[in-house]
Design a protein around this ligand. Sequence first.
Ligand code: IVH
Length: 672
Amino acid sequence: MTSQSAPESIRKRIAQLQKELLDHDYRYYVLADPVISDQEYDRLMRELTELEEHYPEFRTPESPTQRVGGEPAKEFPAVTHTRPMLSLSNTYNENELYDFDRRVRNGLGDENVSYVAEIKFDGVAVTLHYEKGVFHLGATRGDGMQGDDITANLRTVRSIPLQLRNDGRNYSRLEIRGEIIMFKDDFFALNEFREEHGQRLFANPRNATAGTLKLQDSKIVAQRKLRFFAYQLLSDDVKSDSHYERLNMLLDMGLPVGNKFERYTSVEKVIGFCRNIEKERDELPYEIDGVVVKVDSLSRQDKLGTIAKSPRWATAYKFTARKAETKLNAIALQVGRVGTITPVAELDPVLLGGTTVKRATLHNEDEIKRLDVRTGDTVIVEKGGDVIPKITGVVKEKRPKGTRKFSFPDECPVCKSGIKRLDGEAHYYCMNTECPAQIRGRLEHFVGRQAMDIDGLGEAIIDQLINHKLVITPADLYDLKKEDLVPLDRMGEKSASNLINAIEKSKAQPFNRILYALGIRHVGLGVARVLAGEFGSIEALQKATEEELTNVPEIGPRIAQSVVAFFQEQNNSEMIGRLKKAGITFATEHRKQKKQTRKEKTFVLTGALESLTRDEAQALIETRGGKVSLSVSRKTDYVVAGSGAGSKLDKARELNVTILNEEEFLNMVKEN
Ligand code: IVH
């Protein structure tokens, strides 16, 4: 069929539907004031899709039906940014905002400055190019100079108009920068789906957004419900010198600009805005990590310029550690490898400081009594300077009827043997060293990354080894033969050989790791390193008395007692004998020079960590007496490498600096 034969009424109906759907998107995403239901919207969309299928000559690239399409991309072409995409300097308290204000006013030589305060979205920065009002290119920030062309993925984001409204169409070129985010509810739904399908979960909406934008199949991106919020209109053709006016122009052109932005003539008012937003932040449907404060005048922005990679005319005011309310569904009891029974709160998932929290420790019986926390309660979860979420209170007004005080059972939840709370200890212990939870815990600890680092021995395999009675103590691992492994679930010839090789390889681990792997109570990585350095061999350590142990500055009586008790136990000496026979050397090759360990350690952070921000990591280091430095040198003790770590990591390798991954870093923090 050709356009000549298509009735005029059809052409009109198509144009009308295109416009109507565009308007509905605008009402929904920009005005947050939809006038039709989702079903009605879908009905209009179906009608348009069908009409365009019959009369493709009326289908334009900007039609609302044309958000998804094309073949999956093989790779994303590079895009050089028209102007660098900068990052922002951070401020953490009101005094630092006053400092910022002073620097700005000094820089401009003027007492009167207008600021725009707006929300700092916690997502992924992108830039959008429009030509004559039509969206034609979208890219990631990349390294700030060059990003990836992800136009196809961005076209699927319904809050990005494929065509601008009003004045937007009159400009030959416009560039709009902003943030792609995922709403909290959409994030939870996505993770729920992924959990059901056995896929890896995303730690937070930002990671989910970044992961989604990297997908090569835009059809999947379209299902993920990403959102866009604009925060910058670049273009010399736009006459206005005011950022505030430009944000309003963006709204008029059909772009969402976030719920709140204000212009103020004093930093006090800006601080008031920050306080209000911080109070309201949990009510917002998306994650934010602060407020961005910008000098309103663009010519004054230019005058102030940039320093390093951040503008002098803007700063991010970052919020501090968070609390959140959520429902406590159950108090579970976990049995650790030394029999410690820890109560754990199972929670309705809640976002806290950029990660999803589903469980939080309740420490011990006294803590539960102190808080009087009960199943069904609404509780307050906090993530402070420490990374581990804690329950810090109960919202008593929200307590449902019929809850009961929690009482500790008198038997182990796993093996049902008696449990005991020892004098002076806060914890109950399962006294049965053959308890399956303990056996499993000891094995998991022994093979862990920080310990013997045996690859391919995940939870599922360990469970099978225990169930088939192939392994009870770590020493049994070294008697395993390939024939034992092949019949296990999810284990082929190849993985069986790999596992045998990995077990063999673990024999070469250094003494301090082996010592840590033994799982002696109170002997973490740090203590194991000290003991290995001081005593040099397992024989020397086995002979050491409590007094000799406490003579070592880092070793207190609690650790000393625990070490002595461990070696007194016959099962343990037997196990060590077998491990030695298997070929493990329990000795340090070079005894360490004493007394250097007291020096403060220098850390360099690089790449993105999953469970905490840079600032949180830095705080953890500093509160423990360490130092954070920006570049890697021979003086660096540790490089903490997150995902996407680049040149600093290479440098660390080159200089042979110890590299820690996130898990290792967190464990080290816990030890200290
Ligand atoms: S303005 C030169 N405004 O924060 C200033 N950025 O650390 C450019 N961000 O990469 C950014 N909300 O991804 C600006 N309202 C906002 C923002 C915002 C979030 C992100 C953006 C940028 C990062 C800077």
